[in-house]
Design a protein around this ligand. Structure first.
Ligand SMILES: NC(=O)C1=CN([C@@H]2O[C@H](COP(=O)(O)OP(=O)(O)OC[C@H]3O[C@@H](n4cnc5c(N)ncnc54)[C@H](OP(=O)(O)O)[C@@H]3O)[C@@H](O)[C@H]2O)C=CC1
Ligand SMILES: N[C@@H](CC(=O)OP(=O)(O)O)C(=O)O
Length: 348
């Protein structure tokens, strides 16, 4: 017995990871539907050892499923999520469309699982921005131990955060620059191969980008509105895995060893922190993993009660697909939803 699940955006980077993770985590699925745009109708996608065929979003009857994992961008979500929610299923939305809606909980299960109680208001739960998800998993246990007053964050975001087109652009530009081919930027505003771009999303009037603003707005909604955050988001020529340099000011002294101990006990976190080359994590190490890795924990001597550290995670997993599937598990474990038969499958 299990749930009837539809994945919207099943041909995309995140959608494919969702299919893989539902299988890896043994989520109880009775029937799986892969949904994408009309052009992908009939396209094969892998779900464990099975092949399933994409269905056209316009033709799909969403009232026949229990859970919709939505990962086709903000416009598709704005057009569909509320309509689908009214038909009965719970939508777990990976886009930014509803993250600041007061009737839509924004959830990272390690941080604010109780917010699941709000799920039925619109039958929509928002999944956070990828850089925010890994940040709050690392900040939450520290904030519980010593209140965070202020944090300075710089991100190093991989091209997979910009979808399939982002990955193709890095690959094609890399080949084109030292061989034959067209290296003209299309998806990114400047050359991404052998370069870094301090711009993700779009500019706001205050000089920040909306990607940067998402990081403090979402941290405020999930963790604590009193944490002051300043952020710089940078795109780097890495395929998978977002990295973050984080400096935090606490309201009391906290030694690096105490922070390591706290983080070692924290759900979803793996501390890899030794002064040797196996003692810190890079995005290549984190790709395909579930954890949020924390390395390079050290004192910031320039402020009172300051610590600096390095946070890395697979943006397609904890930043997107894994967190969405963990929300589905939370819905099941809390009895917020039940399969249509009325029999709840408890995950052990
Ligand atoms: N990648 C990341 O790290 C994160 C991404 N997200 C969110 O998830 C979304 C998807 O990301 P990603 O998988 O990387 O993107 P991709 O570009 O790799 O995939 C986009 C998916 O959306 C589908 N799609 C596009 N337009 C429509 C439509 N009109 N109707 C139905 N399906 C449509 C595509 O189907 P088709 O192949 O038929 O066009 C494809 O399956 C992002 O836009 C973002 O909002 C959120 C957090 C992190
Ligand atoms: N914008 C992120 C991906 C993401 O999380 O997007 P959004 O917040 O729109 O879901 C990136 O490019 O790396």
């Amino acid at each position: 017995m299990g749930y009837r699940v539809a994945i919207v955006g099943a041909t995309g980077n995140v959608g494919r990871e969702m299919l893989a993770i539902l299988e890896e985590l043994n989520f109880p699925v009775e029937k799986m539907h892969a949904i994408a745009s009309r052009k992908s109708k009939g396209m094969e996608v892998a779900w464990g050892d099975k092949t399933i065929y994409c269905e056209d979003i316009e033709r799909f009857d969403f009232s026949t499923v229990d859970i919709v994992l939505m990962s086709a961008g903000g416009d598709v979500s704005r057009a569909w999520s509320e309509k689908i929610g009214k038909l009965g299923p719970i939508v777990i939305d990976n886009s930014s469309a509803f993250r600041q809606d007061k009737d839509v909980p924004l959830i990272v299960p390690e941080v604010n699982p109780d917010a699941v109680k709000q799920a039925k208001k619109k039958n929509i739960i928002a999944n956070p921005n990828c850089s925010t998800a890994q940040l709050v998993v690392a900040l939450k246990p520290l904030h519980d131990a010593a209140k965070i007053k202020r944090a300075v964050v710089s991100t190093y975001q991989s091209v997979s955060g910009a979808g399939k087109e982002g990955m193709d652009e890095l690959w094609n530009q890399t080949k084109a620059i030292y061989g034959l081919g067209d290296a003209t930027p299309k998806k990114f505003p400047k050359q991404i191969a052998f370069n870094v771009i301090p711009y993700i999303g779009s500019f706001r009037d205050d000089g920040y980008t909306d990607e940067e603003a998402k990081m403090w707005e979402e941290t405020h909604k999930m963790l604590d509105p009193n944490i002051k955050l300043t952020v710089t988001c940078v795109r780097v020529p890495v395929f998978v895995g977002h990295s973050e340099s984080v400096t935090v000011e606490f309201d009391r002294p906290i030694e690096p060893d105490e922070a390591r101990e706290i983080l070692r006990e924290a759900p979803g976190v793996l501390v890899v922190d030794k002064m040797e080359h196996d003692g810190y994590i890079t995005p290549v190490d984190a790709a395909g993993e579930h954890a949020v890795f924390v390395s390079r924990i050290r004192k910031d001597p320039t402020v009172e009660n300051g610590l600096s550290f390095w946070v890395v995670s697979d943006n397609l997993r904890k930043g997107a697909a894994l967190n969405a599937v963990q929300i589905a598990q939370l819905l099941d474990e809390t009895g917020t939803i039940t399969p249509k038969s009325g029999v709840r499958t408890v995950i052990v």
